[in-house]
Design a protein around this ligand. Structure first.
Ligand SMILES: [Zn+2]
Length: 107
């Protein structure tokens, strides 16, 4: 009886931690975007500080989400960077002034 209560308590604590981790993960990039888009079997476009809407070998379209206030930018399209030459963007949130560095790289 007592053991069952103890186990139940641990399970609900673990569930709480899991939910917190999930919430933090979701806050990173805008809804409907991805951190990684694969362009082929071995090539992947990866964004840091932003979420990719779509990417191909020519163009990459992404959206930035402010990590401080949650503001989401308009879609931004850039030329897909060459492998080993990441595209770095210094972005300032128009809502709260938070500075965020966005990196789009091809691996
Ligand atoms: Zn902001």
């Amino acid at each position: 009886m007592k053991l069952g209560q103890w186990v139940g308590g641990v399970v609900s604590v673990l569930a709480g931690i899991g939910m917190m981790a999930a919430a933090v993960g979701c806050a990173g990039i805008p809804k409907g975007t991805k951190e990684d888009v694969s362009l082929g079997a071995t090539v992947t476009v990866h964004a840091t500080g932003a979420g990719i809407i779509k990417a191909d070998t020519e163009k990459t379209t992404f959206k930035i989400k402010c990590s401080l206030c949650g503001y989401e930018s308009e879609a931004i399209t850039i030329d897909t960077p060459a492998m080993g030459k990441p595209h770095v963007l210094k972005w300032v949130c128009p809502k709260c002034g938070h500075k965020q560095t966005i990196t789009v790289q091809v691996n």
